[in-house]
Every structure is written in C-alpha cells, then in structure tokens.
Design a protein around this ligand. Structure first.
Ligand SMILES: [Zn+2]
Length: 162
C-alpha cells in the first residue's frame, strides 16, 4: 500500500485592486450578475461572469425553483449560455461571487462539485485551462485551472477509452 498525495495550489489576494484590470472588470460583472439571481428560497445570490477567448463576457446568476433540483447555479447558467451561443470559443476565466442578507460575503465561495465538473469538461474540450477567480469582500482566491478544484475527476477520457 502506498500513500498518495494530491496538492491544490491557489493564490490569495487581500484586495481586488491587486488583480489585473481585466480580472477586476470580470469580478465587477459577476457582482452585477448576482443582483439578477432568483433566490426566493435560499436568499443566497451568486453571480458568475465568464471571459471567452474572444474577449466576450457572459454573465449568469443562480436561478431557483420550488422543485429544488430544477434550479441551476450561476456558474452553469453562464457556462452553458457561453457554450450554446459560442460553441467554438474557449473559456479563459470565470469569476464567482456571492451575497447574502448582509451584502457580499467576506470570504470567497467556491463552486459546487457539479459546476467544477462542467468547468473541467470545457477545459478538456478546448484543451485550455480556465482560471477561476473566487471573490469575497476581504479575500480573493485565484486558481489557475479548474482541474485544481476537482482532483481525480471523472472526465470524458474515460468514456472515450471504453
Ligand atoms: Zn454549482
């Protein structure tokens, strides 16, 4: 038996202004998107903005439904919109932010497992990493590739190898 270790690397910033201006703009877009969330049940508003290789920015917010599983996370609203409208264009970066009853959250909110899975499939599809920016009020985490967020991922290569 061997013990194996998986390491995840990410970068923490204390101020949004430490990021490049293109990424600041993307976080601002995510914050605007959070205002369009439909969250009558959780009151937990998430905004996501996706930067495509062409420079286009797609925004999304979480959309809930009385039949809970019918809703969708902000990240996947934005990513699926991008994929359906710009199917040939790789995603470069996604910024994610959230607010609750007391405004934007202090700490970054990482995406759920399903959204990580979707991000990784887009990375694989275009063979191009997606930078993930998780923005809180006091802290920003930057992950250089979505793959870092889901070790031992089940991806399309298993299906192709069958
Ligand atoms: Zn999600």
């Amino acid at each position: 038996m061997k013990e194996k270790e998986i390491k995840t690397v990410f970068y923490e910033y204390n101020s949004l202004t430490d990021l490049p201006s293109e990424e600041i703009r993307l976080v601002e877009k995510a914050r605007q998107a959070a205002k369009t969330a439909y969250t009558p049940y959780s009151h937990f508003n998430v905004g996501a903005s996706v930067l495509l290789a062409t420079g286009e920015i797609i925004e999304g917010s979480n959309q809930e439904n009385a039949a809970y599983p019918s809703g969708l996370c902000a990240e996947r609203v934005a990513l699926f919109y991008a994929s359906s409208h710009f199917p040939e264009i790789p995603v470069r970066t996604i910024a994610i932010t959230a607010y609750g009853k007391n405004g934007f959250l202090k700490d970054p909110v990482p995406p759920c497992g399903s959204c990580r899975q979707v991000m990784i499939e887009i990375e694989s599809r275009f063979n191009s990493p997606i930078k993930v920016i998780l923005s809180g009020r006091n802290k920003i985490w930057v992950i250089v590739s979505a793959k870092q967020l889901l070790p031992l991922v089940f991806d399309h290569t298993f299906l192709l190898k069958r």
